[in-house]
Design a protein around this ligand. Structure first.
Ligand code: 8DG
Length: 134
């Protein structure tokens, strides 16, 4: 099965977390699901650099991310591929960004996160955030 290494940013401002909604895709199990922004790591790229690049591409958001911001790593097998997803905690001080690649977004308090329909791989991260911050 195809395997991908993915990075994701838990973007926090004013006590709320940024939840991005994916666009439709050929895989119904991730179509229109909520996720943390980020994307695939390219060959030879450090995880933190991959995440900064993806945030710039997807959101025009310039943030530098360090290894100390690592929050958790999740392994998940979908029916057609599997991912290893490295999630980083990423506080920002303003909510100014573009939505270049996503269908929608919402900012939520940690205690409200499970009201959304998350990509299945994200649920361990969501649950940990609710425990740690909710
Ligand atoms: N970025 C991100 N991807 C996630 C999350 N949860 C989850 O299952 N994924 C999956 C969906 C995708 O199959 C894969 C990441 O692909 P992507 O489409 O976001 O990455 P990308 O921008 O590099 O992809 P591409 O459009 O250039 O092909 O990981 C998440 O919270 N954030």
């Amino acid at each position: 099965m195809k395997h991908m290494t993915v990075t994701a940013a838990i973007i926090v401002e004013g006590g709320e977390i940024l939840c991005m909604q994916r666009k439709g895709s050929k895989y119904d199990y991730i179509s229109y699901k909520y996720e943390f922004p980020g994307g695939k790591v390219e060959a030879g790229e450090a995880f933190e650099d991959a995440l900064s690049r993806e945030l710039e591409e997807e959101m025009d958001l310039a943030v530098s991310i360090g290894p100390n911001q690592h929050y958790m790593t999740v392994e998940h097998a979908y029916p057609d591929f599997s991912i290893t997803m490295h999630a980083y905690f990423c506080p920002i001080d303003h909510r100014v960004f573009e939505r270049n690649d996503h269908h929608d977004h919402v900012w939520l308090k940690p205690s409200d996160l499970l009201k959304l329909d998350w990509a299945p791989a994200d649920l361990p991260i969501v649950r940990k955030l609710m425990e740690d911050l909710g």
